[in-house]
Design a protein around this ligand. Structure first.
Ligand SMILES: *Cc1c(COP(=O)(O)O)cnc(C)c1O
Length: 404
């Protein structure tokens, strides 16, 4: 048995950068000089994001092309509807669907989609939402209990009552003359008893429109057209997650008549539920550019880079006594290589939350996901390439310091 100190010595001399990583990652991660450090002036902490596309952590970083497009748009006036028309047509072509519009996020896409399904092309009805009583509009939305993560509020913005079901039999029984639509949360596909294909099949049988919330569901890139093709009438994506567009933008994709109806509730129209979900011209254009950049990316190569970055971090800690690592890819949402790190707290005297705090308060500050008693989880897709080496050495250092 080698002594623990010898093992640790070995670990600390392991090369942090594999051959593959070196070939795909630029070594220089120093950002271009900035004239003014606004966040620093405000006393706001910036950090290395090894956690993922969390709304609270401001989502993702936009590509230079997107920022350039945003700057370009900031210097011209256009008509908001004309911009939405043209950008929507372009996005629909790119994503192989009938129609598209840019919303202020996936949650906004869900609310606007619901409003559109309720009102149809009747502007008077759109103006009444969320007060449905006596309006002639339908009042119920059906979804699976297992899909009840927080976002059903986006439906309720429109005044509808959400009816929860668990089985296909319950679903078919719940459908009635007040059923406006059926709502599906794609990330929870495998948690519910009714899977996406069957959900669409039931909806078709009763001619009920469907919305699929796919907010965090790229990669893979094909998901951008998979679910409209599967038969969901409307599909929602976040702009500022895997697509790396503006964080306050999103996509509503699907049937032409329903996207048009949804836009009745969107700005510039004022007397609507969507008036407080404005997207400015900069972000509308930025969303389109982000999508073009995303579609043109070499996805296989990017995946290899993420794996190589995960390997750099994993290699730095996996042999530490008491530490266990596992690389996992969640099946749908946040479908990316994820490093799950756990440890025996008898050998490493530290909780997951304490480790997170150490990484957060050190320099540079690092955010990881998970936490709790004895684990954290790490992704690399939101890192600036090269930062994985910093994450690897800081993580190793924190675990080493706590080693008994
Ligand atoms: C992130 C998320 C949303 C909200 O998306 P925004 O673009 O922030 O509005 C909705 N549903 C799911 C499943 C999500 O992951």
């Amino acid at each position: 048995m080698p002594k623990r100190r010898d093992v640790l010595k070995q670990i600390s001399t392991l090369p942090l950068l594999g051959g593959l990583a070196a070939s795909v990652m630029p070594l220089d991660i120093v950002a271009a000089p900035r004239h003014k450090d606004y966040f620093k002036e405000l006393g706001i902490r910036t950090f290395i994001n090894a956690a993922g596309t969390y709304t609270s952590m401001t989502g993702s970083l936009m590509a230079d092309e997107v920022v350039e497009g945003i700057q370009y748009a900031s210097k011209e006036y256009v008509l908001l509807d004309e911009l939405q028309d043209k950008v929507g047509e372009r996005i629909a072509t790119l994503l192989h669907c009938e129609a598209a519009t840019v919303t202020s996020g996936a949650a906004s896409a869900i609310t606007l989609a619901t409003a559109g399904i309720l009102s149809g092309m009747d502007e008077k009805k759109a103006a009444m939402i969320p007060h449905l009583e006596g309006s002639g509009m339908k009042t119920e939305v059906i979804m699976q209990k297992a899909h009840d993560i927080v976002y059903a509020h986006a439906l309720r913005n429109c005044g509808v009552k959400v009816i929860f079901v668990e089985t296909r039999a319950e679903l078919e029984k719940a459908i009635n003359s007040q059923t406006a639509l059926m709502f599906f949360v794609n990330a929870n596909n495998f948690e519910g008893k009714i899977r996406a294909e069957e959900f669409v099949e039931v909806a078709r049988k009763y001619s009920i429109p469907t919305i699929n919330d796919c907010a965090a569901d790229v990669p893979p890139v094909e998901n951008l057209w998979k679910y409209t093709r599967m038969g969901f009438d409307l599909v929602c994506f976040s702009g500022g997650k895997g697509i790396r567009g503006p964080q306050s933008a999103g996509l509503l994709l699907g049937r032409k008549d329903l996207v048009a109806a949804a836009r009745l509730s969107a700005p510039p129209r004022g007397n609507t539920v969507g008036r407080c979900m404005k997207v400015n011209k900069e972000e509308i254009l930025g969303m389109l550019i982000a999508l073009e950049v995303y579609l043109a990316r070499d996805h296989a190569q990017e995946w290899k880079m993420w794996e190589a970055q995960i390997a750099v971090i994993n290699d730095a800690i996996k042999l530490m006594p008491g530490v266990e690592t596992k690389i996992d890819v969640p099946p749908i949402a946040n479908h990316i290589p994820t490093l799950n790190v756990s440890w025996n707290t008898k050998q490493v005297k530290l909780s997951g939350d304490e480790l997170k705090e150490k990484l957060r308060t050190g320099h540079p500050s690092i955010e990881v996901a998970g936490g709790g008693a004895n684990s954290v989880s790490i992704t690399t897709w939101m890192l600036v390439p090269g930062q994985e080496r910093i994450v690897a050495s800081r993580l190793r250092e924190a675990l080493l310091k706590a080693a008994v």
